[in-house]
Design a protein around this ligand. Sequence first.
Ligand code: PHE
Length: 412
Amino acid sequence: MNHSRNLQVSLYRLGTAAILGLVCFAAPGCKDKNAPSGGGSAGSDSTANSPADALVIGEYGSITGKEATFGKSTDEGIQLAKDEQNKAGGVRGKQIAIALEDDQSDSPKAETAVTRLIDTKHVLAILGEVASGSSLAAAPVCQKSGVPMISPSSTKPAVTEKGDYIFRVCFIDPFQAAVVARWALDGVKAKRVAIFTDNASPYSKGFSDNFETAFVKMGGQVVAKQSYNGGDKDFKGALTNIQQSHPDAIVVPGYYSDAGSIAKQARDLGITVPLLGGDGWDSQALFDTGGDAVNGCFFSDHMAVDDPNPAVKRFVDTYTARFGHKPDALAALGYDAAKLLFDAMGRAKSLERRDIRDAIAATKDFPGVTGKITIDANRNASKPAIVIGIKNKQFVKVAEIADPDHPMASGK
Ligand code: PHE
């Protein structure tokens, strides 16, 4: 069963790559002559099949590169939102078009990608990125140009601190890391914990600090701290050091692209304690490198596909019917970010970017798949986090935590 699923997933990926290569990337030199000042029209260089007066939204993401599943899932969520919106009449009677730029999972390229979206596509607003490092690189360009940017899923606080045009629709890491700390103590009963940080990732570094602060405050003890650089292949030296401190659990706040190999090498060394991650673990590709080694591990996330909540169920069913595989949290957050943006564009005083910005900032109780979204004074959202347990190579929801400062009623 797992085999056929994997096969299906990889065939699907091939298909997406081929289609993206052909359709989504417009020639860089191609100019949109008719763009109104401060606004975008589709012109000839936007999404194929969109009318010439479509409202153009930019999207940048890791469609290829080491975190490719982040970009692809987010894009699918955004495409689904766009198609639903267009079917229901679009925004202000106009169709929405998405102009997509691939940053290849590379932060400096993220900056180039948004510059191109703004200068050559004249987009009204921008959706992206997932990885905080890439959002941090691109946000100053959006801020300087006065183009609203909504990150679906970057959780590092510094992202929205780049300025008043920068928003997110997800919770932030001080909260998420506290959720993992609470789960370590009450769910896993781990009092002594080691932290293994990706020093190449701003997300991982911030998460590790936030975790330590929260965990120590809750009465836990950090017994070892080690680091790696995303993309490393050999983690055994650092893991051996961790092993010698006899932790009850190891916190690995990195991306799936490394976490799977880390779990595998930890098990090879005879380390049996659970590994705990954050949202960066959310990808089926975790099993490509982790295999069975990630069973018994946990991570915090924004959504669980097996959540019985009717809004989640509806989204999971629609998405699965459309794309032939289940969504992850990235897809749900991409969908929510796009829908929230369309809603704000509908409410805005005009389609000037400044007015779109103001309407996004005024968002209250927007019903997202990942929960109710209210944009606060710091342009962030707060929602409960889901704790996912990995059992038989499946992601299973084991808890939902809204207030990590309080002990859980019944740990597992
Ligand atoms: N929160 C991660 C970051 O800021 C990105 C991420 C979000 C990854 C959700 C997976 C799921 O870098």
